[in-house]
Each structure stands twice: as structure tokens, then as C-alpha cells.
Design a binder for this molecule. Structure first.
Ligand code: FEO
Length: 170
């Protein structure tokens, strides 16, 4: 049985993943308002990933006999000065989530909960990709700038992104 402390920490992480979904939905709206539907698509797919991250924790908590306690989801930022700023906020947020996952892992290790340690490894690995993707796009945006053909090329590339749940979860 999960300790109450671990249950609380998992519920906090569920809230952070749902907040991530909300942040990326807001960023998608920003790009849609600029008619950059391909970049918006990238963020819509990201919302699906974040929902998946939240539900994976949700289901784990239920499977371990814990209690899911959903909390208020904080409002996301609603205005961005440029495409670069939106991607910089994405990278910053993913770095924050990585720290949060690492803190949760530290707690699981401290409490000697082997099952949770094993389960959280997926998130530790996932955060490498989350940060790398955001970092690569920040660098691309620094090259293309906020207007001009480079941004449209990026928009076409990101229009192709689709959500694929990990095979083990299908
Ligand atoms: Fe759920 Fe983007 O980390």
C-alpha cells in the first residue's frame, strides 16, 4: 500500500500534468490566432501527451489501492510576445516538470517503494525527450526569427506531428 505521503505527491504530479495540458492548449490557441496551424498542431498533440502522462499516474494510483484527489488547475499564461517566447516557456516548463519527477523519485526511494521507483523510470526517461524537443525548437526559432519563410517551413514540419500512445499502453 502506498503511504499517504506518496499518494499526496502522486496527486500533485497528476495536477502538474493536467496543468501542462492546459498551458499547451493556451499556446496552441496563440499559434492558431496567428494562423500558424502547423505549430498549433504540435501543441495540440502535446496536450494529448500531457493528458496521457496524467492518466498513467491516475491509473497507477488506483491500481495501488490509492485515492485520486483532483485539485484545481491553475490558469495558464494567455499572451505571448513571439513564437520564440512560447517555445522558451515550454522549455522552462519541461525543466520544472523534470525537477518535479526527480523529487517524486527521490521520495519513492526514501520510502523504499520499489514499485513506484520502477514505475517512475518511464517518466524520468520521457523527460529527456520532452526537454530535448523543446530545446531543439527554441534553437530553431532563434535561427528563423518571428516572421519570414523559416517560420512557415517550421509550421509545415510541425503540422505532421501525430499522437501515438506508447505501445505498452495500447
Ligand atoms: Fe508531462 Fe511534458 O511532461
Amino acid at each position: 500500500m502506498l503511504s499517504q505521503k506518496l499518494q499526496d505527491a502522486i496527486n500533485e504530479q497528476i495536477n502538474k500534468e493536467l496543468h501542462s495540458e492546459y498551458i499547451y492548449l493556451s499556446i496552441a490557441a496563440y499559434f492558431m490566432s496567428r494562423d500558424l496551424d502547423g505549430i498549433a498542431n504540435f501543441f495540440i498533440v502535446q496536450t494529448q501527451e500531457e493528458h496521457f502522462h496524467a492518466m498513467k499516474l491516475f491509473n497507477y494510483l488506483i491500481d495501488r489501492g490509492g485515492t485520486v484527489v483532483l485539485k484545481e488547475i491553475a490558469a495558464p499564461p494567455t499572451s505571448f510576445n513571439s513564437a520564440l517566447e512560447a517555445f522558451e516557456k515550454t522549455l522552462e516548463h519541461e525543466q520544472f516538470i523534470t525537477k518535479s519527477i526527480n523529487d517524486l523519485m527521490d521520495l519513492a526511494i526514501k520510502e523504499n517503494d520499489h514499485s513506484l521507483v520502477s514505475f517512475l523510470k518511464w517518466y524520468v526517461d520521457e523527460q529527456i525527450e520532452e526537454e530535448a524537443t523543446a530545446s531543439r525548437l527554441v534553437n530553431r526559432l532563434k535561427i528563423t526569427g518571428d516572421t519570414g519563410p523559416g517560420l512557415l517551413i517550421l509550421d509545415s514540419e510541425l503540422a505532421k506531428r501525430t499522437f501515438t500512445p506508447p505501445a505498452s499502453e495500447e
